[in-house]
Design a binder for this molecule. Structure first.
Ligand SMILES: Nc1ncnc2c1ncn2[C@@H]1O[C@H](COP(=O)(O)OP(=O)(O)OP(=O)(O)O)[C@@H](O)[C@H]1O
Ligand SMILES: [Mg+2]
Length: 383
């Protein structure tokens, strides 16, 4: 074999070898890329799967890094806090409660778990009552790399609890009221009669002034007693079909004079078809109480607007006034018997109204902004 032939032969072998190696390398690279792609798809699937699970939990879930910066949130957390995109914020700016912030630090430093930590936040001017479970988020080396916070919104339960407490209190007052009211009413009646007789005796002016005060105060005490008795009387409802537009026409007639005197304009938007089964006289009392409260919340007149809306198997009625509104700290008390901010108030108007609405299996809510006005919503089922 000549040298040149050998060279040619070797060249060919080299060429084939390089070709084979290159081909194999490309193949390997392709396989690697393919398996990488499969892995990415698998990881994305897993991520979506986990996200779906976390989003379906009906508690809020937040995780943070070790600097307390939020790294993930689920849908419920967005609902509870009323914002999307909590990721990136510091949890200390969301939970401003010092006790809770202390706990975050303890969880981080001592790897402790805490459950049922109560706290409050304000979302859209509304207080929310939360219960938190806080745990450390550990890495493979068992080191704390952040926190996991599970958030339960307990606002509704708190509201129901408050209602139950109120119902208990009402029951206690009822028992007390019926016992005492009669006993007080009789001596008051006697004092009033004697005072009036004394006044007619034409005693001197100073005395008359004093007697007038006695009579005025007796009348006031009687008003409280009437309220109490009204309250403690067992409810005997006369349930009949009521058309709300007729009922409100009567209410307008009754309140007309008082409204005119106080410069208050009543705007009625009552659906012609809105009808329910209820006790007409009792509901009239409720609506008058609410209108009177509205009028009494205005210094220089204003407007009370009443709207009705037919909704699922019932009617919703809203009363909106342009009065001075209710202080935030008083909002939770206004349905309590004897809570009043008025010099001449008894504080029974709303608690009696609340009870009448409850007896109709409805409910009553209140929204108010100080110096803007108040909105009372009543829902009454059709029957
Ligand atoms: N529309 C309103 N605007 C502002 N404050 C209100 C309104 N309705 C109720 N309130 C507040 O709630 C309190 C309780 O109302 P409620 O009707 O039960 O008693 P009252 O009006 O004080 O006395 P009364 O027994 O004579 O009705 C009021 O004293 C007032 O502070
Ligand atoms: Mg009142």
């Amino acid at each position: 074999m000549s040298i040149s032939l050998l060279n040619q032969y070797l060249e060919m072998v080299m060429f084939l070898t390089i070709g084979y190696i290159t081909g194999r390398l490309v193949e390997l690279d392709y396989e690697k890329q393919k398996s990488l792609e499969t892995k990415v798809v698998e990881i994305t699937k897993l991520q979506n799967y986990t996200k779906n699970i976390v989003d379906s939990i009906n508690s809020g879930v937040l995780s943070t890094n070790s600097n307390f910066i939020i790294t993930s949130e689920n849908k419920e957390a967005e609902i509870i806090f009323g914002v999307k995109g909590l990721v990136g914020s510091n949890i200390n700016s969301i939970f401003k409660d010092e006790n809770v912030i202390n706990i975050f630090n303890q969880v981080k430093l001592q790897k402790l778990h805490f459950t049922d930590i109560k706290t409050e936040i304000i979302v859209d001017n509304e207080e929310k009552y939360l219960s938190l479970s806080i745990s450390p988020l550990l890495n493979i080396l068992n080191k704390v790399q952040g926190l996991v916070i599970i958030i339960h919104d307990k606002s509704r339960e708190k509201y129901l609890e408050a209602q139950a407490v109120r119902a208990d209190r009402l029951l206690a007052i009822e028992e007390l009221a019926s016992g005492i009211a009669h006993e007080i009413r009789n001596p008051l009646g006697i004092i009033k009669t004697i005072s009036q007789t004394l006044k007619e005796e034409k005693v001197d002016d100073d005395l008359i002034e004093g007697i007038d005060i006695i009579i005025k105060e007796i009348d006031r005490a009687n008003k409280v007693i009437d309220g109490l008795l009204n309250f403690s009387r067992p409810m005997e409802n006369e349930m009949k079909e009521i058309f709300l537009n007729e009922l409100f026409k009567e209410v307008a007639l009754i309140t007309n004079k008082y409204l005119g005197k106080q410069n208050v304009n009543l705007k009625l938007h009552v659906d012609e078809d809105a009808n329910i089964i209820g006790d007409k006289e009792k509901l009239k009392q409720v609506f008058i109480n609410i209108i009177f409260n509205g009028v009494q919340s205005m210094d220089n007149g204003g407007t009370i607007t009443i709207n009705t809306e037919i909704i699922d198997n019932g009617v919703s009625i809203s009363f909106i006034d342009t009065g001075m509104g209710i202080k935030k700290e008083d909002l939770g008390k206004i349905f309590n018997p004897f809570f009043t901010t008025k010099e001449q108030g008894v504080g029974l108007g709303l608690s009696i109204s609340h009870r009448i609405i409850q007896d109709h299996k409805g409910y009553m809510t209140i929204d108010s902004i100080e110096s803007k006005g108040t909105k009372i919503d009543i829902y009454l089922p059709k029957n």
